[in-house]
Ligand binder design. Structure first.
Ligand SMILES: [Mg+2]
Length: 387
């Protein structure tokens, strides 16, 4: 399992007009991701993914450079099976041995941000390799699923008050029993957001779980006002009501709200989640495994969620690879409650590789191995590779 090469490819995929949507991020015309490929001397190939942005579009050039020029030299020649040690090598650089001897992190500069996303890409590829080497899914390697299936929620809900019910209704027709809609600054005020959410709830009826996501665009007063007025609508959770950097504000919103608060998609390490938990700022932890250090860091965040009596519902807005990793984590962790399924244009999820997204009573079955159980289509990769 000696690592022979570590490569990264930025995939930049245009979305056809009918697959685009508009939110506070503007008109979404592209979907981007960075595919990480790790090859071993004995001919195995593992695939991982690093995300250049938390939403659909982002520039992957910096991630590609970090993987190629910073991480690859630390990895080539090492044993790919030693995922834990290699993770510390990527995090702590030349101080890795010292850090491990001391039992604490001694990170080089990139302990947050895109560096952690680059590490995530490599880490996911190493887990894929380990599964393939043993002929097992990653889920089997970590002890198997603790539930037969994991509920999935449809993530979309961009339409206005008049059309939101029909949009979410189409997701229910596809088999989802839970749906999430966007609210916040794009609505121009909490009154308009509430009107949209009331229209959604009226159209869906009481039997479908409804979540909302403000993309961190409200201030504390607006978020508190929204949560108070929305209490009767029985929302499953309110996601990122305020900016993630305002942890005290998030905690204030949570204290005053009778609705569960979800957050974490743009956090890049377990240390960030630990602080959010310490500040009692959230009920549902939402790590993105292509941003927050990969599956290894995801296991640490899942353990934190369980030990803190909180829920785990990984953020998924990337490729089939990070989706399988999130699905695996939510199935393997007793704290797992949901995985997110992006609606609208998500070509890296649905076209990069063949993937089983069939819903069974609104839930997804465990992925079949080996590794993550998805193999990128080389033609798709060649067509959308960006230099
Ligand atoms: Mg979100």
């Amino acid at each position: 399992m000696k690592i022979q090469s570590v490569e990264a490819t930025w995939l930049h995929v245009p979305l056809p007009a009918d697959k685009q949507h508009r939110s506070d991020f503007g008109q979404i015309a592209f979907f981007d991701g960075v595919l990480v490929t790790v090859r071993t001397a004995d001919g195995l190939v593992g695939y991982g993914e690093a995300k250049p942005a938390v939403g659909s579009s982002g520039n992957g050039a910096a991630l590609v450079a970090i993987v190629r020029h910073e991480l690859a030299p630390l990895l080539v020649g090492q044993d790919a099976a030693h995922i834990g040690a290699l993770g510390q090598r990527m995090l702590n650089g030349s101080r890795a041995a010292l850090a491990l001897r001391s039992g604490r992190a001694m990170p080089i500069l990139g302990r947050r941000g895109v560096h952690q996303a680059a590490i995530a890409g490599v880490d996911l590829a190493l887990w894929d390799l380990l599964g393939k080497a043993h002929g097992r899914s990653v889920l089997e390697l970590v002890g198997g699923a603790c539930r037969p299936s994991i509920p999935a929620y449809a993530s979309g809900g961009w339409r206005g008050e008049a059309e939101i019910g029909a949009e979410l209704g189409r997701y229910v027709e596809q088999g989802f029993r839970a749906v999430k809609m966007r609210i916040g600054a794009m609505d121009g005020g909490t009154r308009a957001s509430l009107a949209r959410v009331r229209a959604a709830r009226a159209a869906l009826g009481p039997g479908i779980a409804l979540m909302v996501d403000a993309h961190g665009t409200l201030n504390v007063a607006e978020a508190r006002r929204f949560c108070a007025a929305a209490a009767e609508l029985e929302l499953r959770f309110v996601e990122e009501p305020v900016c993630s950097d305002d942890r005290a504000g998030l905690a204030e919103v949570r204290r005053s709200a009778s609705l569960p608060i979800a957050a974490g998609e743009s956090e890049t390490s377990c240390f960030d989640f630990a602080e959010l938990v310490e500040q009692r700022a959230l009920d549902v932890l939402q790590p993105d495994l292509a941003i927050a250090g990969g599956f290894s860091e995801g296991l640490r965040i899942a353990a934190l969620a369980w030990a803190s009596r909180l829920e785990l519902a990984p953020h998924c807005w990337g490729s089939a690879i990070s989706f399988q990793a999130a699905r695996t984590l939510a199935l393997a962790s007793p704290a797992g409650t949901y995985v997110e399924v992006p609606l609208g244009g998500a070509p890296l999820l649905r076209e990069l590789a063949a993937i089983d997204l069939a819903l069974h009573d609104g839930a997804l079955l465990p992925p079949a191995g080996p590794g993550w159980g998805v193999e990128p289509d080389p033609e798709f990769v060649a067509r959308h590779a960006q230099d």
